[in-house]
Write a protein that binds this ligand. Structure first.
Ligand SMILES: Cc1ncc(COP(=O)(O)O)c(C=O)c1O
Length: 384
């Protein structure tokens, strides 16, 4: 049997909604962004997750870029980020002239460690970018308290955390800004896509976000009839996706509960089947604190060391099972080293990254596929 690492799930309405957009062109509709489906998706994110304002973007990367622009960083300003994350969390900080201050993770959740944030705050700190790894929430009370104490902003990288919660509040709606991903490897997808959640009623911030997203123009305001001129008012980029992508995404979000249920079934099956191997110390499974309602975004196993992880990964490959690891810590990647970091600066991050393996995880995984993976793992664990 061949089992991919990821297989995008289709709900069945994607083609119908895509066709709807294409047909609407004959009646004066358009394929570009901010059409009927963009509005539907944004309304959904606002009403279901409780964001004050949601703007659909071309990716989570562009949502992070947009959020960072809204922080008005000045050269030398510092932003506290985990090193155990994707490059997209950190690129915008550097692009805006700021300096990323890489921070250690907590051993349980692999999320940013509030104690280390506290140690790293300086008079130059402008923001904290927590990333909710595996859709399991960071310790948000501690993060928000530190931010309030030092009057700094919080941008949640919730790329993996759509539909996950911290103490009954949806992730992405707690910080000043939240960023979602709808890339095909995420829970709800449209190929490439994202959203910026703006958690304030401040009209000036919302309007500036719309302007940056529309190549620095006030097109959104013009379309609403709030200005009689459509013109260049700031510097910006092209962060607004086509309404075709929004239509695809709407077909997914409509079936949010069905998708979540299907992923959770796989996650729970992995957890209960592999749990017996934890007590003898062969592996460690994900830790979900009481404050977190996760979204079964990914399932990882931590092994004793890198050698064991690599040998299990190879063994699974021989059986046609595609398991992968990530992230190579950013502080010890070429760009991080170029910024002056050394591998030994964040020892826990380095260690965890070397021990971690991600199992195939997707909605709609067939029971035979899941059982085949579990049997293959059990066989390998016996010899650990
Ligand atoms: C933590 C994190 N942030 C940001 C991104 C970027 O998301 P996108 O592909 O939508 O730009 C990813 C993608 O995997 C991610 O894992």
């Amino acid at each position: 049997m061949q089992i991919p690492f990821n297989r995008p799930y289709l709900t069945g309405n994607e083609l119908r909604y895509l066709e709807d957009v294409i047909r609407s062109v004959r009646e004066g509709g358009h394929l570009s962004g901010d059409g009927r489906y963009t509005q539907k998706v944004q309304d959904f994110i606002q009403s279901r997750f409780g964001a004050k304002k949601a703007l659909l973007t071309t990716s989570c990367t562009s949502a992070l870029e947009l959020a960072t622009r809204l922080l008005n960083l000045k050269p030398g300003d510092e932003v506290i980020v985990p090193s155990y994350t994707f490059s997209s969390t950190v690129n915008p900080i550097i692009m805006a002239g700021g300096r990323p201050v890489f921070t250690e993770i907590q051993e349980g959740t692999l999320n940013i460690d509030p104690e280390d944030i506290r140690r790293k705050i300086t008079p130059r700190t402008r923001a904290i970018f927590p990333m909710h790894y595996a859709g399991i929430s960071c310790a948000m009370d501690e993060v928000m308290e530190l931010a309030q104490e030092h009057d700094i902003k919080v941008v949640e990288d919730a790329a993996q955390a759509v539909n996950a919660k911290y103490k009954r509040t949806y992730l992405g709606t707690i910080g000043d800004f939240g960023c979602y991903s709808f890339h095909e490897t995420k829970n709800y997808v449209c190929g490439e896509g994202g959203a910026l959640l703006i958690n304030t009623d401040d009209r000036a911030i919302i309007e500036r976000a719309e302007i940056i997203r529309e190549k620095g123009t006030n097109r959104s305001k013009f379309h609403r009839g709030e200005t009689d001129k459509y013109t260049w008012v700031d510097t910006g980029s092209s962060y607004l996706p086509s309404d075709l992508l929004a239509a695809f995404l709407y077909a997914q979000l409509e079936k949010l509960d069905e998708i979540q249920k299907s992923r959770m079934k796989v996650w729970n099956a992995y957890y209960s089947a592999l749990n017996p191997f934890e007590a003898p110390g062969k592996i460690r499974l994900p830790v979900v604190p009481d404050y977190a309602d996760h979204n079964a975004h990914l399932f990882y196993i931590l092994f004793r060391d890198e050698r064991t992880r690599d040998s299990v990964m190879k063994g699974l490959k021989v059986q046609g099972i595609h398991a992968v690891f990530h992230y190579i810590p950013l502080h010890s990647a070429p760009v991080g080293l170029g910024l002056g970091y050394r591998k030994e600066d964040l020892p826990l991050t380095e260690e965890m990254s070397g021990r971690l393996l991600r199992l195939p995880m997707y909605a709609g995984m067939r029971d035979e596929e899941r059982d085949y993976i579990i049997t293959a793992l059990r066989d390998q664990f016996r010899s650990l």
